[in-house]
Write a protein that binds this ligand. Structure first.
Ligand code: ADP
Length: 627
């Protein structure tokens, strides 16, 4: 076994890998960008090397700088984590050429699975079921259209070089095919430098089922059962679990055997995941699960597999990379209980899931379950990297108990002033379709309005009122305060008074009632304090909010939440718009964010054009209220 490991990554996954490496007695080495000088992964490592400025291209993605850091520190092995350089075959080769151990997939396997059409053809040869479709060389629009007609609509056009949900178009009828093809090819050419596409049957009620596989350098391959990652928002996973609800033994046998065949077909070594798509209209059935792609790395959601199998997958990776045989044989692996993971993001579901960047002044995560995180109180969520701040993982005997435990854990989260999706996670976990195991990848889209509704309940408003009274250090039953008392005060009448206050900028009135509060009291802010309830944070204040800023759009200005580029401006100056209608679309942190009308109104000036680069907090457009 090598004696030291450099992790070419950051955040929770760097910390996760260090944890196992430390336990195994290895020297741990971090690399970091200027933005991460005070990051947790830097402090946790035995040594850390600054490799460049904040943008990933100039630091975490810069192969030469990572290799130089490895040389300078005498690192014997490199673990790439996920994302960044983890599926870069060239980098894997460079690491090995430098005489270091690569803790990842063999470059040839990475390449074989890199292009969707080639990977699918390979899988067909290996006897792995693939989604029905066309993946041929003839890329003429006529041929592609004829193939789509033959497959039957709806179909999905996918860029063969695509990834991260980009370069995909669903087409519902023949007449829309050619336009969709042209736009998909344009996006593919500009994003991946390769405009080739394949056509697939669009699977209805799709469920995302994936199988964890592991290979060693001695030709052995095992699987560690399946995960279900069907709860997605725009093709991004939100909650993952293992095993998959409704998976019977025969179907499990079929899908895990197919995954092992897939891994063997590319002589796989190390941790990998075979992703399948299942038609969930009639539950999971072996003849309705098809290969989608292989991820040749450790996945974000690997902890749920660790929980149900009792294994440490990072330890497996280190041992396999060192040339040891797989720690266990297939018949020594089994499933115990039910595990579930939620991804905590610094984002604002009530505001189009915009990433919320800034300092984590108040940051409290549950301490009685497994939490994988790369930040701590006082840390920063920066605009440069993925805004995932933690993963919460539970392991219980049943699915029902796991969902309940995870909902309770998410409800205990307290973060301020950065916004998170914790309340959204609670609502997802408590959704009756999720509880029933009736999840497909469209659930969040279909239920988005209810799942993102974070308006305070009556109980929260009542608690806010009571806490405001108490925070003034007066007994409302003794002191009658004209400033806060409502008009209509009557002597000798029942002691009822109402005070006016603001919760997240919205005006409320409530009497004082000496209730036992359901909310938890949080940090002080201007004119009041923050309360936490059910994962959501509410700003309670005696004053009306002053202007915009702080994410508030109450004056109708739409401000850039972070630096980025304007990629669309669907509304024009003078347009009448309704609340929620997109006005400008900003591309930042590799995602598109629509800035929407905060209320019904008329668009005033739009200060930007498509293609403009804008700074954080710049006013992009103004909407004047008509109500
Ligand atoms: P990417 O490589 O861009 O992540 P994938 O091929 O893995 O693209 O697909 C991403 C997501 O798109 C899947 O998780 C699934 O939700 C959806 N998807 C992919 N193929 C199909 C299909 N044939 N029918 C319906 N949905 C699909």
């Amino acid at each position: 076994m090598f004696r030291s490991v450099l992790v070419a990554n950051r955040g929770e996954i760097a910390c996760r890998i260090f944890r196992t490496a430390r336990r195994m007695g290895l020297r741990t080495i971090a690399v970091y960008s200027e933005a991460d000088a005070n990051a947790l992964h830097v402090r946790e490592a035995d040594e850390a090397v600054l490799i460049g400025p904040a943008p990933a291209r100039e630091s975490y993605l810069d192969q030469a700088r990572v290799l130089t850091a490895a040389k300078a520190t005498g690192a014997e092995a490199i673990h790439p984590g996920y994302g960044f350089l983890s599926e870069n075959a060239e980098f894997a080769e460079a690491v090995m050429a430098a005489g270091l151990t690569w803790i990842g997939a063999p470059p040839a396997s990475i390449r074989a699975m890199g292009l969707k059409d080639a990977a699918k053809s390979l899988m067909v040869e290996a006897g792995v079921p693939v989604t029905p479709g066309y993946m041929g060389k003839d890329q003429s629009p006529e041929r592609l259209k004829a193939e789509a007609d033959a497959i039957g609509y709806p179909v999905l056009i996918k860029a063969v070089a695509g990834g991260g949900g980009k370069g995909m178009r669903r087409v519902d009828e023949a007449s829309a095919f050619l336009d969709a093809l042209a736009s998909c090819q344009r996006e593919a050419a500009s994003s991946f430098g390769d405009d080739r596409v394949l056509i697939e049957k669009y699977i209805l009620s799709p469920r995302h089922i994936e199988v964890q596989v592991f290979g060693d350098a001695h030709g052995e391959v095992v699987h560690l059962f399946e995960r279900d990652c069907s709860l997605q928002r725009r093709h991004q996973k939100v909650i993952e679990e293992a095993p998959a609800p409704g998976m019977d033994e025969a179907t499990r046998q079929a899908v895990t055997a197919a995954a092992v065949r897939a891994a063997r077909a590319v002589n796989y070594v190390g941790a990998g995941t075979i992703e399948f798509i299942a038609d969930g209209t009639e539950g999971l059935r072996a003849d309705r699960i098809w290969f989608m792609e292989m991820n040749t790395r450790l996945q974000v959601e690997h902890p749920v597999t660790e929980m149900i199998t009792g294994q440490d997958l990072v330890e497996w990776q280190l041992r396999v990379a060192a040339g040891e045989p797989l720690p266990l044989k297939q018949d020594q692996l089994s499933i115990a209980g039910w595990a579930m993971e939620a991804r905590l993001y610094a984002e604002d579901p009530a505001n189009g899931f915009l990433p919320s960047i800034g300092r984590l002044d108040h940051f409290v995560l549950p301490d009685d379950i497994r939490v994988d995180t790369g930040v701590e109180a006082g840390g920063e969520v920066s605009q440069f990297y993925d805004p995932m701040i933690a993963k919460l993982i539970v392991h219980e005997e049943t699915r029902e108990a796991a969902a309940q435990a995870l909902a309770d854990a998410c409800a205990d989260i307290e973060v301020w002033p950065v916004r998170t999706n914790a309340g959204f996670l609670v609502r997802c976990l408590e959704h009756q379709r999720f509880a029933a195991g009736d999840v497909d990848t469209g659930l969040i889209g279909a239920e988005e309005a209810a799942l993102t509704d974070a308006r305070p309940s009556d109980a929260v408003i009542q608690d806010a009122s009571d806490l405001l009274w108490r925070s003034r250090n007066v007994d409302p039953n003794d002191v009658w305060d004209a400033e806060y008392g409502a008009p209509g005060f009557r002597l000798n009448a029942a002691r009822v008074t109402r005070q006016t206050f603001f919760v997240d900028g919205v005006r409320h009135q409530a009497p004082y009632e000496n209730n036992h509060p359901v909310v938890r009291y949080g940090p002080q802010i201007d004119g009041g304090f923050v309360v936490f309830h059910g994962g959501d944070a509410y700003a309670v204040s005696r004053h009306a909010p002053r202007g915009a800023g702080g994410g508030g759009a109450s004056d109708g200005s739409l401000r850039a939440p972070m630096p980025g580029k304007i990629v669309a401006a669907p509304a024009r100056s003078g347009d009448a718009v309704t609340k929620g209608q997109p006005i400008v679309v900003l591309e930042a942190m590799k995602m598109e964010h629509a800035l929407v009308a905060p209320f019904d109104g008329v668009v005033g000036e739009i200060g930007v054009s498509v293609g403009d680069q804008v700074a954080a907090d710049a006013v992009l457009a103004v909407v004047a209220s008509t109500s």
